[in-house]
Ligand binder design. Structure first.
Ligand SMILES: Nc1ncnc2c1ncn2[C@@H]1O[C@H](COP(=O)(O)OP(=O)(O)OP(=O)(O)O)[C@@H](O)[C@H]1O
Ligand SMILES: [Mg+2]
Length: 259
């Protein structure tokens, strides 16, 4: 298989009170080029930890994380990351925050301006391009962080609950924009969410994780056509898949492995 991202028997432990805490215990997952995979699971099951290893911000304790067949050794412009906690530079305006990654990638000024403006428009922040983060609402800060990742236009998008702080309408709009961008630009997306509807609406596969220790509980194929529409969202097929995912997230104790 042509894997863009590959987690191979990944274990991640953290020191805890003189002992070891196992955050992830043997996670294997292959994400194909141009695939859209979502991850759901209870709080603390290791979703953010998993993503940060693909981003190159943490290393596995054992096992391997590969991107394009090569072990991840650090962050890179091929992977755009949107964190669960929007990480904006407070002393930079919205526009400057969005341009930051482009500056790092040595994109020339004109091109930087154009791409930043495009991304800012996409997330609906035109009127706030010159505002500082402290003057924005939580949802607006989140949209600024999304624009910053989009502007760099990476092959792989790693998104950790990116739409969590948004109102329902903005959330649906950004879901549809993300799907449009993904299918047009042929990106690969790994997207964490706690919203089961969102997980099913976006993905071709939903990875359901379990906690203590963090592991993959089940992978649900979403056999629904793209482009995803409101009609699909309201269909019986959608409901059925959503119910299956919901059940495996919220009734895990009945199928947990024996201790
Ligand atoms: N740097 C760290 N040091 C020690 N323990 C950590 C560290 N990072 C994460 N953990 C622990 O690893 C487990 C998984 O954390 P992680 O943030 O990946 O969970 P999550 O699935 O993203 O949860 P949430 O849905 O609440 O965001 C948690 O029990 C957490 O306490
Ligand atoms: Mg998390």
């Amino acid at each position: 298989m042509n894997s863009r991202i590959s987690f191979q028997d990944v274990v991640k432990t953290f020191p805890l009170k003189g002992a070891e805490f196992t955050a992830l215990d043997g996670v294997s997952l292959d994400i194909a080029d141009q695939e859209f995979v979502t991850v759901v699971g209870p709080s603390g099951c290791g979703k953010s930890t998993l993503m940060s290893m693909a981003a190159g911000l943490q290393e596995p304790s054992s096992g391997r994380v590969l991107v394009d067949g090569r072990p991840v050794t650090g962050p890179g412009p091929d992977r755009g990351v949107i964190f669960q906690q929007y990480a904006l530079f407070p002393w930079l305006t919205v526009r400057q925050n969005v341009e930051f990654g482009l500056k790092l990638a040595a994109v020339p000024t004109q091109e930087r301006r154009r791409r930043a403006a495009e991304a800012i428009t996409l997330v609906g922040l035109d009127d706030f391009a010159d505002a500082l983060p402290k003057t924005l609402s939580g949802g607006m800060k989140q949209r600024c962080a999304i624009a910053r990742a989009y502007a760099v236009d990476p092959q792989v998008l790693l998104m950790d609950e990116p739409f969590g702080a948004l109102d329902a309408l903005t959330r649906v709009q950004l879901q549809d924009q993300l799907l449009a961008t993904w299918s047009r630009e042929k990106r690969t997306v790994l997207f964490i969410t706690h919203d089961v509807d969102e997980a099913v609406y976006l993905a071709s596969r939903v990875v359901v994780m379990a906690a203590r220790p963090g592991r993959i509980h089940r992978v649900v194929d979403v056999d629904l056509p793209y482009p995803r529409t409101e009609e699909i969202r309201l269909s019986a097929d959608f409901r059925q898949i959503r119910n299956a995912v919901w059940t495996s997230v919220y009734h895990q104790e009945s199928t947990a492995p024996a201790a």
